[in-house]
Design a protein around this ligand. Structure first.
Ligand code: PEP
Ligand code: MN
Length: 360
């Protein structure tokens, strides 16, 4: 598939003065809850009202959604508030029920995107409709798998498409619930600049007090919209309680976010600059993260050397590393002077770490 302008026709047609906003509870819980949140969101920037009807849960025994009954509540939302509606579908049966209940936008969840069988089943069930379909990234950071899902839908003649970036599972614990791996979203955007790209800071952060920062980063990186889980009583939500915000907090977030301006020559310049700076910020954070991990490995070497009573400084090994890195650096357009300076500093820090371990 190549980049196609038609992919974003549905979004351009809305002529929004701000990024697209999809908001609403993680799960539809009761008719009352669904309607109350919808009414709270009625006269805000929210464009689509989301609610999970069938909930994929990591372990059994948790609330798994109210099922088709909830679709009736979403129909009521549309009738009473005028908000368009959105829900997650994970199989042909979900699609058929969502179509019957006139849901406006469907999304494929992270646990479904990983399975070509599931995506194909959904694509087949949607053939011949003009639904808007957004594909969440797969739980693993695999760009071809994510794009493959889009291709399957496109091949089924679904042309109103978009993607939702909700972060990726990692074995290592980070401050995020799902690591953003921004460079993946940037790569996708570079390949498909016309594919609408929505950020889901709720599932990336897992914590409501981190949602603003992640949303701002997404807007600085040219994302087209945000999907933010919203509940009038987040702490007592039946799923994803820690990450949901109140409708009032959502309005404040939308107000505080710096949205990229329409083009004039000046704004174009600062837009590009902000975009590049956001990319630099992401990479710098990764550098620090990598250096931290490198020093943890050094600590491990320190432990080993301590056990065997071996000296910290191993000149031969060190010269080998330096020689190799100078060559690698040359390949990447980095000067020998810079590589030597940087690796001297890294080496010194590594020695300090090992010294500390050995002399403890
Ligand atoms: C959701 O949006 O509520 C959801 C289950 O998301 P994800 O597929 O990203 O985990
Ligand atoms: Mn959720």
């Amino acid at each position: 598939m190549e980049n196609k302008k038609e992919l974003r026709g549905w979004l351009d047609a809305m002529e929004l003065p701000h990024p697209l906003v999809i908001a609403g509870p993680c799960s539809a819980e009761t008719e009352e809850q669904v309607l109350k949140i919808a009414h709270d969101l009625k006269d805000t920037d929210v464009n689509y009202y989301r609610a999970g009807i069938w909930k994929p849960r990591t372990r059994p025994g948790n609330f798994e959604g109210v099922g088709a009954l909830g679709l009736k509540w979403l129909q009521k939302v549309k009738k009473e508030t005028g908000l368009k509606t959105a829900t997650e579908v994970a199989n042909r049966n979900h699609v058929e029920l969502a179509l019957e209940h006139d849901i406006d936008l469907l999304w494929i969840g992270a646990r479904s995107t990983v399975s070509p069988f599931i995506v194909q089943d959904i694509a087949d069930a949607l053939r011949g409709t003009d639904k808007i379909v957004l594909v969440k990234n797969p739980v693993n950071p695999d760009l071809p798998l994510w794009l493959g899902a889009i291709e399957r839908l496109y091949a089924s003649n679904i042309k109103n498409l978009g993607v939702i970036h909700r972060g990726f599972s990692t074995y290592e614990k980070t401050k995020y619930r799902n690591n953003p791996e921004w460079q993946l979203a940037i790569e996708l955007q570079t390949k498909f600049p016309d594919l609408p790209l929505i950020n889901d800071p709720s599932h990336i952060t897992g914590k409501r007090d981190m949602i603003f920062d992640v949303s701002q980063t997404a807007l600085d990186l040219n994302f087209d919209g945000l999907m933010i889980e919203t509940h009038f009583d987040p702490d007592n939500a039946w799923s994803d309680a820690a990450q949901q915000v109140t409708p009032k907090a959502l309005v404040q977030i939308m107000k505080d976010l710096k949205v990229r301006k329409e083009t004039d020559p000046e704004a174009e310049y600062s837009n590009q600059l902000n975009n590049l700076r956001a990319q630099i910020d992401v990479l710098d954070n990764q550098l620090i993260d990598l250096l931290g991990r490198r020093m943890k490995v050094s600590d491990g070497i320190g432990q080993l050397k301590k056990q065997k009573n071996v000296a910290v400084l191993q000149t031969k090994r060190w010269n080998e590393i330096l020689g190799k890195m100078v060559l690698e650096g040359e390949d990447k357009g980095l000067s020998e002077e810079f590589i030597l300076k940087m690796f001297k500093a890294i080496h010194q820090e590594s020695i300090n770490h090992q010294e500390k371990v050995i002399n403890k």
